[in-house]
Ligand binder design. Structure first.
Ligand SMILES: [Zn+2]
Length: 72
């Protein structure tokens, strides 16, 4: 089963192991408030956005402020 980093509308961010169907059927719940209104947080920096050159694209998707060594 894959791990998901999930963010709840209450601001809680947590990691949950769940099947795709569990996620699609909103069976995952926030451990803090119990809500199932969650959005996935992608922390994997290896995601390459389509239509852009992987050579010049910051792997941190700009979160580094443009100063990451991958842009050098
Ligand atoms: Zn919550």
């Amino acid at each position: 089963m894959p791990f998901y980093d999930l963010k709840c509308k209450c601001g809680e961010v947590f990691n949950a192991m769940a099947s795709v169907s569990d996620r699609e059927n909103r069976r995952i719940r926030c451990p803090k408030c119990g809500s199932n209104d969650l959005e996935a947080v992608f922390t994997n920096v290896n995601i390459i956005r389509s239509g852009k050159s992987a050579g010049t694209e910051c792997p941190n998707l700009g979160q580094c402020g443009g100063s990451c060594p991958h842009l050098q």
